[in-house]
Design a protein around this ligand. Structure first.
Ligand code: GTP
Ligand code: MG
Length: 206
């Protein structure tokens, strides 16, 4: 599955501004600065398509990007990637509801074409309370979740598995989402890109 085209479509802060059309959506959520916008650029292979920053809180709106991919049989598959503002940079514990604004909750509840939520967690650190609460909230609301552990280039290859295990154990995937797995990703090296594209393709074709 290869991406052949990617372009910016729309920005929204309420449901009236969601783009029209029937394209399936894949959304990206995670703490501020975890690398959501960078991951989208890496999937699209277009730096600067989604705006990124070293300072948390860069993305403040819902941003839609339209992608076209080519399957092995040469047929095309079109879909949307949806970049969202980050949650909970504060260290204090937060419930899922208090971590994100009303318009993000509205997005989860009103996006009928949402097929998959990629929840990003920094691979270097154990998940925070807010990550666990958000994960639980998404699963309890019937959303399909793929956890992606970001910035994998910042730790040695030999320690990636061990860090994935910590995340797996902490967010208690075994109870909530038995089939779930966690993908290690690096927007810098491209690690995990093919695997995530496969996950997306499988969801879109389901
Ligand atoms: P908000 O929009 O503020 O919620 O942040 P975000 O999750 O969209 O993060 P963004 O993509 O803007 O990246 C935040 C910082 O992390 C930037 O300085 C990126 O260059 C850096 N970064 C993102 N992904 C990676 C990665 O895979 N490896 C490394 N080394 N740095 C990364
Ligand atoms: Mg962002």
């Amino acid at each position: 599955f290869t991406i052949i085209n990617a372009s910016y479509v729309a920005t929204a802060v309420n449901a009236n501004q969601y783009p029209a059309g029937e394209l399936a959506e894949i959304a990206f959520i995670g703490r501020s600065n975890v690398g959501k916008s960078s991951l989208i650029n890496s999937l699209c292979r277009r730096n600067g398509l989604a705006r990124t920053s070293g300072t948390p809180g860069k993305t403040q709106t819902i941003n839609y990007f339209r992608l076209a991919g080519k399957l092995a049989d040469d047929s095309r598959l079109e879909f949307m990637l949806v970049d969202l503002p980050g949650y909970g940079y504060a260290k204090r514990a937060q419930t899922a509801r208090s971590t994100w604004s009303k318009f993000i909750e509205e997005y989860w509840l009103k996006s009928s074409r949402l097929k998959l939520v990629c929840q990003l967690i920094d691979l270097r650190h154990p998940p925070m309370e807010s990550d666990m609460n958000v994960y639980r909230w998404l699963i309890e609301h019937g959303l399909e979740v793929q956890v992606v552990a970001t910035k994998a280039d910042k730790i040695s290859k030999s320690r990636i598995r061990q860090h994935i295990q910590v995340i797996y154990k902490d967010i208690d995937m075994s109870n909530l989402n038995p089939a779930g797995s966690i993908l290690a990703y690096s927007a810098v090296s491209g690690l995990g890109r093919d695997e995530l594209l496969d996950v997306i393709r499988n969801i879109l074709l389901k």
